[in-house]
Design a protein around this ligand. Structure first.
Ligand SMILES: NC(=O)c1ccc[n+]([C@@H]2O[C@H](COP(=O)([O-])OP(=O)(O)OC[C@H]3O[C@@H](n4cnc5c(N)ncnc54)[C@H](OP(=O)(O)O)[C@@H]3O)[C@@H](O)[C@H]2O)c1
Length: 479
């Protein structure tokens, strides 16, 4: 077997198969392998003409077909299967070879694997890949971590097969060890928030206007021509206008209202709690999915809990639609602002030195959250790479500020009329919280000192203080 493949893919289910085809279509010689040989055979039978593939039945032959330094992309089920494939590969590889995990790994696993492979003299590149099966085939957004040295070998190939926006590849080096998978995780968290916000906007239009799914779909199609232009808004317009062939009803009206999840939203929220970063939009979106699936609780509450709610009377249809649009845009900026705060905090914690503007740039195409306004985020970080709050960038101050009154009207009316808007409302609360002169955290500090001697700081002088609450209430200072 001649070792001539420039890249290899092991794991040829929907994602690996399409990624291998993408490499081949870009002129690379691609070694392909799958645990069960049938998937390899079917790739060659169905798409062998896409380019130059070298199929192998055994992992040994697969590795032998790769030119050095070998570049092996693992695209198998995340978790145990990825570890199993890595262990199979280690004895077959040589120092300097590069193992790329392009699955949806949890970033602490990537950090562990990177450290282990380093001991064997191997590069391990945890790589986020977004865009689903369509993206894998035609150009995904790619977020590689690992060593900078490995990116010199790998970067040109990955940039080549990634999506392009204005000729710029949606792929860049993210940072060492688990940085790539971390950023992909936050990307997915933002995707949860974006989807929940869109769902709330749909519900508001439905409840406020009594509009049909088709009519709401037309509104979303219109919104997609402006600031909100994005893949998710575009598919929402499409899905809402789709008719169920069996019943003739609007497709969305026959779908059970229970949202599922694969866990990346949960990981994002868990990590944000560890880092102490408020990502309320993503958290509310994750919990909203959990609430939708809380069947016993929903059954116990339905028709029992009192609403005392008004009925929505919209007098100016166009003004209401514009209010919902502005509230959606503002809430969406909050979700991104929070997600970028989380990236900054993790970058600091793990020494990744992540360029947030570059992350917004590689999310402009190929991935699920691709959107016109990501250009604005890149510009904001170009103006100030250390921007402490995306919302405080001059562009977003004005863009969100323009919609604040509408946002308040929508959240207030939704509350009065009993329509749940967890992501809209929590985003507005965050906005008011982060801009507040003074928060009620002073009282919390006083309570903590009262029951636990946890101390407090004062507004009028420096130092750390404690009051003897159960004695004479005298104040002491800690050095
Ligand atoms: N689907 C998406 O839209 C999407 C998007 C982004 C990222 N991802 C990630 O991409 C990865 C691949 O996704 P997918 O949907 O294509 O496939 P998948 O259903 O997650 O996994 C199936 C693949 O894993 C292999 N596999 C399972 N257990 C194995 C083991 N113990 N040893 C070796 N191989 C094993 C299977 O081989 P056999 O054929 O032999 O069973 C098959 O090739 C996952 O990490 C996924 O989370 C998926």
């Amino acid at each position: 077997m001649s070792a001539r493949a420039q890249i290899g893919v092991t794991g040829l289910a929907v994602m690996g198969r399409n990624l291998a085809r993408n490499f081949a279509r870009h002129g690379y010689t691609v070694a392909v392998h799958n645990r069960s040989y049938a998937k390899t055979e079917s790739l060659i039978a169905d798409h062998g003409t896409d380019g130059d593939f070298i199929p192998s039945e055994s992992m040994k032959d697969f590795v032998a077909s790769l030119a050095q330094p070998r570049k092996v992309v693992i695209m198998v089920k995340a978790g145990g299967p990825t570890d199993a494939v890595i262990q199979e590969l280690i004895p077959l590889l040589d120092e300097g070879d590069i193992v790329i995990d392009a699955g949806n790994a949890h970033f602490p696993d990537t950090r562990r694997r990177e450290a282990e492979l380093k001991e064997h003299g191997l590069h391990f590149v945890g790589t986020g890949v977004s865009g689903g099966e369509e993206g894998a085939l035609n150009g995904p957004s790619i977020m590689p971590g690992g060593s900078k040295e490995s990116y010199e070998w790998l970067g040109p190939i990955l940039e080549d097969i990634s999506a392009k926006v204005d000729g710029v590849p949606c792929c860049t080096y993210v940072g060492s060890d688990g940085a790539g998978h971390f950023v992909k995780m936050v990307h997915n968290g933002i995707e949860y928030a974006d989807m929940q916000l869109i769902a709330e906007a749909y519900d508001l239009l439905k409840q406020g206007l009594g509009a049909s799914a088709k009519e709401i779909g037309e509104i979303f199609a219109e919104w997609n021509k402006g600031d909100l232009e994005s893949f998710l808004i575009e598919i929402t317009a499409d899905v809402l206008q789709h008719v169920d062939a069996e019943t003739g009803s609007a497709f969305v009206d026959i779908i059970l209202d229970r949202a599922e999840q694969k866990g990346t939203g949960r990981w994002t929220v868990q990590n944000a709690l560890d880092l102490g970063v408020p990502i309320t939009g993503i958290a509310e979106a994750t919990f909203a999915r959990a609430l939708s699936g809380s069947v016993p609780q929903r059954t116990a509450a339905n028709g029992v809990l009192e609403a005392h709610a008004g009925t929505w009377e919209v007098t100016d249809r166009e003004a209401f639609i514009e209010d919902v649009r502005l509230a959606l845009y503002a809430s969406k900026v909050v979700a991104y602002s929070q997600g970028f705060d989380q990236i900054a905090a993790a970058s600091e914690e793990f020494g990744w030195d992540i360029d947030r503007g570059a992350m917004a740039r590689i999310w402009r195409g190929g991935c699920i959250i691709r959107a016109r306004f990501l250009n604005r985020i890149t510009e904001a970080y170009e103006r100030d790479a250390n921007l402490p709050l995306l919302l405080a960038d001059e562009y977003f101050v004005s863009a969100v500020g323009h919609g604040v009154s509408a946002w308040r009207r929508i959240v207030a009316q939704a509350a009065l009329n009993g329509v749940p808007t967890p992501a809209f409302a929590s985003s507005l609360s965050y906005y008011d919280g982060v801009r507040a002169d003074r928060l009620p955290a002073n009282l919390i500090q006083a309570q903590r000192d009262f029951f636990g001697a946890h101390t407090y700081q004062r507004t009028d002088k420096a130092g750390v203080f404690h009051t003897e609450w159960s004695l004479d209430r005298s104040e002491s200072t800690e050095s």
